[in-house]
Write a protein that binds this ligand. Structure first.
Ligand code: ATP
Ligand code: MG
Length: 169
């Protein structure tokens, strides 16, 4: 059977990795849906879909399951979003999410949704990590897999995040 796990992964962190380690105990294959795939170069979404795939790939290779990574652009209509996801992904049997909107939409569509436990959400959070990078707090590097930290470094992600967060005032 196959599970779907959706996130924006801005960036992918050890909370995501812990969730995926649990998921691969329950399913044979995992579809990782890369949400807001069209977005990049903003404070909320600093990295492109391609950059996020490059960051995630080495971490997925360490998991004992076949993983697909599928970019999913946002739809301006939540009402048809599940159909959009289904059109872009191999067939899946169960959805893993803690995002309230994602849970609501898949439950309404009659899908089985499982809510993974949160792992140290106060630190393993994309928002918290982006804030640390902006504040010059080097501690963010310990909150992501080593491959993610080096990928962000290589693409100039730290300066990018700082620059796109600036105002011209
Ligand atoms: P942001 O703060 O930018 O929203 P995020 O940490 O929530 O970042 P997402 O890509 O939005 O990351 O998360 C994808 C999925 O992973 C969501 O269902 C989210 O609830 C879940 N998730 C995020 N952090 C953790 C964590 N520490 N433990 C378990 N699940 C998590
Ligand atoms: Mg989130």
């Amino acid at each position: 059977n196959r599970g779907l796990y959706i996130g924006r992964f801005q960036p992918y962190h050890l909370g995501h990795q812990a969730v995926l380690q649990k998921i691969v105990e329950e399913v044979d294959e995992v579809v990782v849906g890369l949400g807001s795939a069209q977005a990049s170069h903003t404070t909320e979404n600093p990295f492109t879909a391609g950059e996020r795939i490059s960051m995630i790939w080495p971490a997925l290779r360490g998991l004992d399951a076949t993983c697909y990574v599928i970019p999913l652009v946002d739809m301006e209509r939540n009402a048809v979003w599940v159909a959009h996801v289904e059109a872009m992904t191999p067939k899946f049997d169960v959805v893993y999410s803690n995002n309230p909107l994602v849970v609501q939409l898949f439950v309404e569509a009659g899908m089985e949704v499982r809510r993974p436990p949160m792992y140290r959400r106060e630190v393993y959070s994309g928002t918290a990590i982006r804030r640390m990078i902006l504040a010059g707090d080097e501690g963010w590097r310990r909150l992501v897999p080593p491959s993610v930290a080096s990928a962000i470094e290589e693409i100039g992600g730290i300066d990018r995040l700082k620059n796109v967060s600036r105002s011209d005032q």
